[in-house]
Design a protein around this ligand. Structure first.
Ligand SMILES: [Zn+2]
Length: 137
């Protein structure tokens, strides 16, 4: 895994050491408690000023689909996306799902965040992207 590559977008995940999963980064409003991913500058509910927080590494698939049209940004074809409910904060995020596990996802499946060289920056330069993967037997 080429973790020395730059991320697709700054501030959306943090890599940890070997054996520790990467974490998704976002924000939490101190006034109403709403989480956002990616981080937002103004709370969409109360216009408070959110603080940066870790959103966690694990979740469960709420819904999923496989996209079979021409992929954007150098993603593999086909690729999978879905909504994942994060365990630590309850936020539902839209995310890429592991391209190697297409056809094996199911609603409620536990997944964890992974980061790998996946796709490009829109100009052909490879980038690190977060996606959710499952520990399948
Ligand atoms: Zn708020």
């Amino acid at each position: 895994m080429k973790n020395e590559l730059p991320p697709f977008a700054p501030g959306i995940f943090r890599l940890n050491g070997a054996g520790t999963p990467p974490v998704l980064l976002g924000s939490r409003c101190p006034d109403c408690g709403r989480h956002c991913f990616p981080a937002c500058d103004l709370c969409p509910d109360c216009l408070g000023t959110p603080a940066s927080v870790e959103l966690g590494s694990s979740g469960r698939i709420y819904s999923h689909t496989v996209v079979r049209t021409k992929p954007p940004l150098g993603l593999p074809a086909p690729y999978a996306v879905g909504y994942v409910d994060l365990v630590d904060c309850g936020l539902r995020v839209f995310a890429l799902l592991d391209p190697a596990q297409i056809g094996r996802f199911s609603i409620g499946l536990p997944v964890r965040l992974a980061v790998a060289a996946l796709g490009n920056d829109g100009h052909g330069e490879p980038r690190l992207r977060p996606y959710f993967t499952a520990d399948l037997a």
